[in-house]
Design a protein around this ligand. Structure first.
Ligand SMILES: [Zn+2]
Length: 314
């Protein structure tokens, strides 16, 4: 088992390097795939960008899920295009999931995009903003930190060069709601979101259906809530965040994140065909062999360890 896992990891690192060389398996015609932009977390100790993932379809980068630090750079390295995005889906407002969003939007200003860009995210509480408050804090025309980009929220104003060239359309997901919220629908693509337990941080998990495929981003969470599992059944792919080891004694981290066995039990409960482990940092990379062994005991599907720019075709 161990030899298989090490071989698998070696192959995956090799495929990631191939992307650096310029061939992106996800960006090919007739391919639907998930590309990991950032496989890291909030600690800058691992050479990985913070959280970010792209969905590719037929050579187009149609969705961005999270935009943590470093995702700006990886987005360009992947040759993704802001013009092609149909949706940006933010899971929560920790920096490692959202800090590069303003920079990416400014990059979009230099494209010929004019169509609206839906952007979904959680509702807020007294500790964190919801998606509407976050966007206002960034781009609000009077008090926003980047108010020079206020055109992204106020396109009714005439364009004045620095204002923004397309309009963000926020979709706020009430994280306390029992049932899922559909945040996007177009043709055979449907995206649903529901609250997930991430300590005091309002967070959402996403279920993305494209044609016959079902892709689940479980986001940072403990898995101690059944709402996402209800809508994530029979997933073709589950991207889960392995941020802690089984033996962690850090009470705060345990309140925020699932252990390896909890992730594996969740993957089994939703009958996921494949599990991608992401959000890795030194503290979860160092015990990775042990975590993979535990996951192997609780989940019998294929396990992939994420690397930045790795493509996982459907
Ligand atoms: Zn988080």
């Amino acid at each position: 088992m161990k030899i298989f896992l090490i071989t698998a990891i070696t192959c995956l690192i090799a495929s990631s390097a191939a992307v650096h060389a310029g061939s992106n398996a996800c960006a090919q015609p007739d391919v639907i795939g998930v590309q990991v932009l950032g496989s890291g977390g909030p600690i800058a100790d691992d050479g990985r960008a913070s959280s970010g993932n792209l969905i590719w379809r037929d050579g187009k980068s149609i969705m961005l899920i999270d935009a943590g630090g470093g995702v700006f750079l990886r987005f360009g390295e992947a040759k993704a295009k802001i013009e092609d995005l149909d949706l940006i889906a933010i899971t929560h407002f920790h920096t490692d999931h959202s800090a590069d969003l303003p920079a990416l939007m400014k990059s979009g200003f230099f494209t010929d995009r004019t169509r609206n860009l839906p952007i979904s995210g959680p509702s807020g509480n007294r500790f964190f903003p919801g998606i509407n408050d976050f966007l206002n804090a960034m781009f609000g025309k009077d008090t926003g930190a980047y108010r020079y980009l206020s055109g992204f929220l106020h396109l009714s104003r005439p364009l004045d060069g620095e204002a923004g060239s397309f309009s963000l359309q926020p979709v706020e997901v009430d994280t306390r709601k029992e049932t899922a919220t559909q945040v996007f629908s177009d043709g055979d693509v449907r995206v649903s979101a529901v609250g997930v337990p991430h300590g005091p941080v309002p967070s959402v998990g996403y279920v993305i259906e494209i044609g016959t495929y079902k892709i689940v981003f479980s986001a940072d969470q403990t898995t101690l809530d059944t709402r996402l599992a209800k809508i994530a059944q029979d997933a073709d792919l589950l991207v889960a965040n392995l941020a802690i080891s089984q033996e962690t004694t850090d009470a705060v981290a345990k309140r925020l994140h699932a252990t390896p066995s909890q992730i594996a039990d969740f993957a089994t409960a939703i009958k996921a065909k494949k599990l991608v482990l992401s959000h890795l940092m030194a503290r979860s990379i160092e015990p990775l062999d042990e975590s993979l062994k535990i996951i192997g005991k609780h989940y019998s599907g294929k396990v992939v360890v994420a690397e930045d720019l790795m493509c996982i075709p459907m």
